[in-house]
Design a protein around this ligand. Structure first.
Ligand code: GTP
Ligand code: SPV
Ligand code: MN
Length: 649
């Protein structure tokens, strides 16, 4: 028995079912399927019949050696951290309080979109019917039969010798009527401790399930390579056979082969977005890849804004922004996902279903995002960042924040020297996993069960050319077209290479749980739910000048854009009409006190040829990718846009 367990007053070994090593638990043998399996924490008898049936079925399939029912306690968390330390999965970061560094297998560092599938009876329920000969890019479909085969091939006996953790979790505050429950079965302790940060995990959720409440079924294994050979025992995975499957009809997720991020923390993209969007469609609400922030203007008037930007395009930064405009206050509700629905008064309300931030590390610094820096140096799991000889972390952007003389070890564990090494110290998709409540500007209403009222919705992306800093949709339908037409430079959060401009409608391209055409219909149908619809805007912090540099300083200076947006919400006449929507009137964007000169003209310039090409690209995309599934209204909106652009001077 490992030393740390012996030291801990015997609780792990002598108390029945508390991390017990022996197969002496009274539950063993209770159920035929679970015969011979030791329950090292929790009590199988306490599980609701539905949960128990789900566990039994998958124990049968995966054949774990032990079962651990997670209670979410600190004691349990410490036990798992110790275990992972022993296996070399994590190392402590003594410079901070209760912080840890995990290094993944270098083959397992990002979401794998190409291996992510939705399974429905008919393909057309999952993805639009594309033009002949055109490969669809709006999700991958798999037949129910092929899904079953894929599961059987990979999961049969995949947990032999391992522990299956049963992770009860809630997306949304446990008491919220908008929250939904999931059970993740996983063989990764890293996933368990991460889920404890990212969701409300543990006993309270089991209690809620006791009355037979339904849950989203989430089965996960890091897998065992077919060869049986595990190259990096500290980070087992099976990249060759990785697959992430969703069956919306059964509220079911099955993920195999990867231990990282959205592939394995199944509450996040798989549940809150893919399965979430299908539930939202059925129940009449929206599950979106959006941050939520509160913004208070100098007059003390507070509004909430939701914003959809593709992965690694600035959600976390905007959600925690330190406004440069005096007397503005930003408070953070969430940085990645919003669940939104219209209440009985026609007010759109949003909750953040998550409990933590899984944020991109590189680029985060005291100058770019001081709030994140104040959040992340306690109770945090860092993954694939570089480490320092004084027990801390390092990544690109922190150059001014490490003491001279400290030695840096890169994310792969190799020595790294500033100014000399020509590979990145931290992986571009390295991340921190940190509790939301530690954020110094977390909104007082962030756990409000009814959600916060949303006044504006922003769409945005990385657009180096042509797209102005901000523009406003003419109305809801036009706003839905803007969301549908979103494009952005590819990022490191997924496996795409290079800086190609990709279509990423609603920042949801990798996350749609059902046919994008039906999703557009669903968005359009929201118009009928309210006479008080949020206004829709498009923002772009990433336009570049002829010198190749960003035209806009971004980060805290984005408060100037929010200021203009709030004034538009107050119906101030600070906008002028253009072919693409409403943009700030001359001088109406507050640039007072802005350091350095900004070329406002270039920032808002609307080149006719660019917009002709843009409208054409969107039309081509809709034709090829959405085809007959495109709602007529969107087609009409696009035609109107094309005409307006065509009429430009
Ligand atoms: P996911 O967690 O992948 O969904 O990403 P995200 O949308 O939360 O993006 P995040 O805020 O982590 O930002 C990603 C990158 O964009 C970082 O390198 C930031 O430094 C950079 N970034 C964020 N905001 C701005 C901005 O206003 N201007 C510029 N130039 N860069 C920004
Ligand atoms: C994203 O890629 O949008 C993320 C990271 O937020 S992951 O959870 O890995 O999807
Ligand atoms: Mn994201």
């Amino acid at each position: 028995m490992p030393e740390f367990i012996e030291k801990k007053s015997g609780i792990f070994s002598t108390e029945v079912g508390r991390f017990a090593k022996q197969a002496s638990h009274p539950n063993v043998g209770l159920f035929n399927h679970l015969k011979g399996i030791s329950v090292i924490n929790g009590d199988l008898k306490s599980l609701s019949p539905k949960v128990r049936a789900y566990v039994e079925e998958n124990v049968d399939l995966c054949k774990p050696e032990k079962i651990h029912i997670c209670d979410g306690t600190e004691q349990e968390n410490n036990h798992l951290l110790n275990l992972m330390q022993q296996h070399g999965t994590i190392v402590p970061l003594p410079k901070y309080q209760n912080c840890w560094l995990a290094r993944t297998n270098p083959a397992d560092t990002a979401r794998v979109e190409s291996k992510t599938f939705i399974s429905t009876e008919k393909r057309a329920e999952t993805i639009p019917t594309t033009k002949e000969g055109i490969k669809g890019t709006l999700g991958n479909w798999i037949s129910p039969r092929d899904m079953d085969v894929a599961i059987k091939d990979r999961f049969t006996g995949c947990m032999k010798g391992r522990t299956m953790y049963i992770v009860p979790f809630s997306m949304g505050p446990v008491s919220s009527p908008l929250a939904k429950i999931g059970i993740q079965l996983t063989d990764s302790a890293y996933v368990v401790v991460s889920m404890r940060v990212m969701t409300r995990m543990g006993q309270a959720v089991l209690n809620k399930l006791a009355d037979g409440t339904d849950f989203v079924k989430c089965l996960h294994s890091v897998g065992i390579p077919a060869s049986g050979f595990v190259e990096m025992a500290s980070w087992p995975c099976d990249p060759e056979r990785t697959i992430i499957l969703h069956r919306p009809q059964n509220n079911e997720i099955v993920s195999y082969g990867s231990g990282y991020g959205g592939n394995s923390l199944l509450g996040k993209k798989c549940f809150a977005l893919r399965i979430g969007s299908t539930i939202a469609k059925r129940e009449g609400w929206l599950a979106e890849h959006m941050l939520i922030l509160g913004v208070t203007n100098p007059a003390g008037k507070k509004r909430y804004i939701a914003a959809a930007f593709p992965s690694a395009c600035g959600k976390t930064n905007l959600a925690m922004m330190t406004p440069s405009l005096p007397d503005y206050k930003i408070e953070c509700v969430g940085d990645d996902i919003a669940w939104m629905r219209f209440d009985n008064n026609g007010q759109l309300r949003a909750i953040n279903p998550e409990n933590g931030f899984f944020g991109v590390a590189p680029g985060t610094s005291n100058s770019s995002n001081p709030i994140a820096m104040k959040t992340i140096f306690k109770n945090t799991i860092f993954t694939n960042v570089a480490s320092t000889s004084d027990g801390g972390v390092f990544w690109e952007g922190m150059e001014d924040e490490v003491d001279d003389g400290v030695k840096i070890t890169d994310w792969r564990g190799k020595p790294w020297v500033k100014g000399e090494s020509n590979t990145p110290a931290a992986h571009p998709n390295s991340r921190f996993c940190t509790p939301a409540k530690q954020c110094p500007i977390i909104d007082p209403q962030w756990e409000a069960p009814e959600g916060v009222p949303i006044s504006a919705i922003l769409f945005g992306g990385r657009r180096p050319t042509g797209v102005p800093l901000v523009y406003e949709a003419r109305d809801w339908k036009h706003g839905v077209l803007i969301g549908a037409g979103m494009r952005s430079e590819a990022t490191a959060a997924a496996e795409h290479k290079g800086k190609v401009i990709m279509h990423d409608p609603f920042a949801m391209r990798p996350f749609f749980g059902y046919n994008f055409g039906d999703y557009l219909e669903h968005w359009l149908s929201m118009e009928k739910k309210s006479t008080n619809l949020p206004k829709i805007f498009h923002v772009n912090w990433f336009r570049k000048g002829s010198d190749g540099k960003f035209l806009w300083p971004g980060f805290g200076e984005n408060s100037r854009v929010l200021d203009w947006i709030l004034r538009r919400l107050d119906n101030e006449e600070c906008a002028r009409d253009t072919a693409i929507g409403l943009i700030p009137k001359a001088e109406s964007l507050n640039l007072e006190g802005l350091e350095g000169k900004v070329n406002v003209e270039e920032l808002f310039n609307l080149p006719k040829t660019f917009w002709m090409e843009e409208a054409y690209a969107i039309e081509k995309y809709f034709n090829e990718q959405v085809g007959m599934d495109l709602p007529l209204i969107i087609d009409q909106e696009l035609k109107k846009l094309k005409k307006r652009v065509n009429d430009m001077d």
